[in-house]
Design a protein around this ligand. Structure first.
Ligand SMILES: Cc1cc2nc3c(=O)[nH]c(=O)nc-3n(C[C@H](O)[C@H](O)[C@H](O)COP(=O)(O)OP(=O)(O)OC[C@H]3O[C@@H](n4cnc5c(N)ncnc54)[C@H](O)[C@@H]3O)c2cc1C
Length: 463
C-alpha cells in the first residue's frame, strides 16, 4: 500500500493528454470552497507551475436547481466570497458566473491545457463532468477532495452494513498524510484575466431565481467560520461527545455538516486537528470519527455504487417485502399537507419539523424519529420515501448531500437489520415518542426550539 493515500485522490477520466495549444489550467470548482486542505487546488497549482501556465478557477452558479432557496445560496455566497479573497492572495484568477447550462464551462474548458474538478458522488454533477470530459481536447482530472479516503480504497463495491468498512476506516487512518502544503504559483495569474470583485459575485447571485421565503440559517458559510466552529467543538464539546451527541436538548455535536457539504472544510483537516490533541483511544474521538468517517464515507459508498440512492429501490429485499406486506395495515394517524407545516398530533415531531423548516438544522437524533413517523403516518410507504428526500433536501442547510440520502434509506431498513415484526413497519426498526421521553429531556428540547423560533422566524405558510 502506498504510504500516502492522497495521491490516489486524482483520477484522469478521459484519454486525452495535456492540450499544448491551451492557454491556462482550468479548475472547475464544485465543492472545494476552501484554500486549506483543498487537494484539487493543490493539484491545479502544481499542474500550472509544471506547464508554466496561469491557473483559472471557475464556479458556475447553476440556476433552477430543485428546491433552491436563499438559505442554501446565502451560505454558498459567503463561502465563495471568502474563497475569492484566498485565491487573490495566492495570485490565482477566479470567475463566478450564473449559468443555465454548461456552455460557458465548455467555452472556458476548450481553451485549457488541462481541466481539473472536484469529484462529486451524486449523479447530476458527475454526468456533467463526464460529458465535458468527452467534448474537450484537454485531459480532464477529477480529484476526490471532500472525502477522507479515496472511495475505492475502503471498499470497491457497495457496502450493506457499516461494520464492513469500520475496521479499515480506523486501521488506515494514518495512511492519509495530514500535512498540507500549497506551492506558490510561479505566474501571477491575476494579470491574465479580468479582476473579480465581491460585488461581481453579489451581482451574479442577484440574477438567480431562488425561493426567498426559506432564508434563515444559524451558520455563516466559509472556511474561517468552519475553522472557528471546529476549534470550539474540540475545546468545549468533544470530551462530552459520546455521552451527549444524541441528546436533542443539548448542543454537543460539531455542527460541521453544512461546512463539510459545501466543502468549506476537509475531513482530513478535522481529523488532523483532533489527533493533534487527542488519540483514537479516547472514546469520544472514536465515537466522533465513527460518524465523520464511518457513516459519512458509507454514504459516499452508497451513492457511488447504488444508482437508486434517491429512491426506495435502494432498499434491501427484506425491507421492501416487509413494508409491502404491511402496506394496508391500519394507521392511527394519516397526514399529508399537515406534515410540511408541522401540524400533527405529536408535539415532538412538530418541533423537529419546525426546527428544520425555520432554523435549517434538525437535531441529529430527531432526524431518525422524524423519518420513522412519516413512514407511520403516510398511506403509501413509497410516497413517504420521496417526501422525506424532498423535504430534507429543501430545508436542511446540509441537505442535498449523500448523508441525507443515506439517512432516509437507513430509516426504511437499509444498512440496518430486521427487528421484531410489528404493524406498518413490519421488520423495519420502529421508534416511539415514549422512547424520546425515556432517553432525553425531550420537553427541554421543545422549549429550546420554541425559544429560537420565536426570536428568529416568520411564518412560511401564512398566505
Ligand atoms: C433522516 C435523516 C436525514 C439526514 N439528512 C442529512 C443531510 O441532509 N445532510 C447531512 O449532512 N446529514 C444528514 N443526516 C445525518 C446526520 O443527522 C447529520 O449529519 C448530523 O445531524 C449533522 O450534525 P453535526 O454536523 O453536528 O453532526 P456530528 O455529530 O458532529 O457529526 C460529524 C459529522 O459526521 C457526519 N455524520 C454524523 N451523523 C451521520 C449519519 N448518521 N450519517 C452520515 N454521516 C453522519 C456528518 O458529516 C457530520 O457533520 C441525516 C440523518 C437522518 C437519519
Amino acid at each position: 500500500m502506498d504510504k500516502d493515500l492522497n495521491y490516489l485522490r486524482i483520477k484522469k477520466i478521459n484519454n486525452k493528454i495535456e492540450n499544448n495549444q491551451g492557454e491556462y489550467v482550468f479548475y472547475w470548482v464544485i465543492n472545494g470552497l476552501r484554500i486549506d486542505y483543498n487537494f484539487s487546488l493543490k493539484f491545479a497549482i502544481e499542474k500550472a507551475n509544471k506547464l508554466q501556465k496561469p491557473l483559472l478557477v471557475f464556479f458556475g452558479l447553476k440556476d433552477g436547481y430543485y428546491w433552491s432557496n436563499l438559505r442554501h445560496y446565502q451560505f454558498l455566497k459567503e463561502g465563495l466570497i471568502e474563497f475569492l479573497g484566498g485565491l487573490k492572495h495566492l495570485k490565482i484568477a477566479f470567475v463566478v458566473k450564473k449559468i443555465n447550462d454548461d456552455k460557458l464551462i465548455f467555452n472556458y474548458a476548450k481553451k485549457a491545457v488541462a481541466v481539473i474538478s472536484d469529484e462529486v458522488y451524486l449523479r447530476g454533477v458527475k454526468n456533467r463532468q463526464e460529458a465535458l470530459s468527452d467534448k474537450i481536447a484537454a485531459s480532464f482530472y477529477l480529484v476526490e477532495n471532500n472525502s477522507y479516503y479515496p472511495i475505492n480504497i475502503i471498499l470497491n463495491k457497495k457496502a450493506s452494513f457499516s461494520w464492513q468498512i469500520r475496521d479499515k476506516i480506523f486501521n488506515f487512518l494514518n495512511l492519509v498524510k495530514k500535512d498540507f502544503y500549497l506551492e506558490k504559483t510561479k505566474i501571477n495569474c491575476l494579470n491574465f484575466f479580468p479582476t473579480l470583485k465581491k460585488e461581481d459575485i453579489e451581482k451574479e447571485f442577484a440574477k438567480l431565481n431562488l425561493d426567498k421565503k426559506i432564508y434563515f440559517k444559524k451558520f455563516i458559510g466559509g472556511e474561517r467560520e468552519a475553522d472557528k466552529i471546529l476549534k470550539e467543538f474540540i475545546e468545549k464539546k468533544l470530551s462530552f461527545y459520546k455521552r451527549f451527541h444524541s441528546c436533542p436538548e443539548k448542543d454537543y455535536t460539531s455542527n460541521l455538516s453544512s461546512y463539510l457539504h459545501f466543502g468549506n472544510i476537509s475531513p482530513v483537516k478535522v481529523v488532523n486537528e483532533i489527533l493533534k490533541r487527542s488519540s483514537l483511544k479516547d472514546e469520544n474521538v472514536y465515537s466522533f470519527f465513527n460518524e465523520l468517517l464511518v457513516w459519512r464515507e458509507l454514504s459516499f459508498n452508497f451513492v457511488y455504487f447504488d444508482k437508486n440512492y434517491y429512491n426506495f429501490k435502494s432498499l434491501p429485499t427484506w425491507a421492501k417485502l416487509t413494508l409491502e406486506k404491511h402496506k394496508n395495515d391500519k394507521r392511527d394517524y394519516l397526514y399529508f399537507s399537515q406534515l410540511e407545516k408541522g401540524e400533527t398530533h405529536d408535539k415532538y415531531w412538530n418541533t423537529c419539523q419546525k426546527e428544520m423548516v425555520y432554523l435549517g438544522k434538525m437535531a441529529n437524533y430527531m432526524r431518525m424519529y422524524w423519518a420513522k413517523k412519516v413512514i407511520e403516518w403516510t398511506k403509501d410507504w413509497k410516497k413517504a420515501y420521496s417526501w422525506l428526500v424532498k423535504i430534507n433536501n429543501k430545508y436542511e442547510l446540509d441537505g442535498r448531500d449523500p448523508n441525507g440520502y443515506l439517512g432516509v434509506s437507513w430509516s426504511f431498513g437499509n444498512f440496518d437489520r430486521p427487528w421484531r415484526e410489528r404493524k406498518i413497519f413490519g421488520k423495519v426498526r420502529y421508534m416511539s415518542s415514549s422512547g424520546l421521553e425515556r432517553k432525553f429531556d425531550i420537553k427541554k428540547y421543545v422549549e429550546k426550539v420554541n425559544k429560537e423560533l420565536s426570536s428568529n422566524t416568520k411564518d412560511l405558510f401564512h398566505k
